[in-house]
Design a protein around this ligand. Sequence first.
Ligand code: IMP
Length: 195
Amino acid sequence: MRICFATNNRYKVNEIKAMLPTSVEIVSLAEIGCEEELAEDQNTLEGNSHQKAEYVYKKYGIPCFADDTGLEVFALDGEPGVYSARYAGVQRDNMANIQLLLEKLKDKDNRMAQFRTVITLINPSGKVKQFEGVVKGTILTEMKGTEGFGYDPVFAPKGYQQTFAEMSSDQKNAISHRGIAIRKLVDFLSKQKQE
Ligand code: IMP
């Protein structure tokens, strides 16, 4: 089966390629000639990942999957959620996003949060299936660590002293939201009969 991963993030493409059996060939957006930016203007992670996968499936006629992730902070009613990348503005500045988050949590006792990833897969027949990965944790009061990206320096997963930014990528992938969602997708694709 040949399937497109609707992302421009080469790191994500390689990560999943390494996990799949050889019967599943992953191709990138560039490899199918898709150079336009994919719209993601829905107000849920489910909606955004579906929007991206559906666009590619309909325009390029290839089975496809897409992901969307958000940090959901309980004391902020799930903010920044689907707006995680552009929390502090359209410039998508990780540092500014973290500063804004710490500012909003300044007077809050409850610092519980979760990362949530939703992957939408559209099969060759057009059937839609979604996979979710969640990791719970807490938001620290200051940044720790230099690995990873996004909100990693202030997110400590439940049961760990370190933040995601203090873990190797292997350690993080073993417990992360995206790792969990990807493993569910890989498991599903590995069980599909070859098409
Ligand atoms: P995306 O859907 O993977 O592009 O993620 C959207 C935004 O969520 C990113 O720009 C980051 O701000 C945040 N984010 C997603 N995954 C992670 C992660 O693993 N660690 C920290 N922040 C993340």
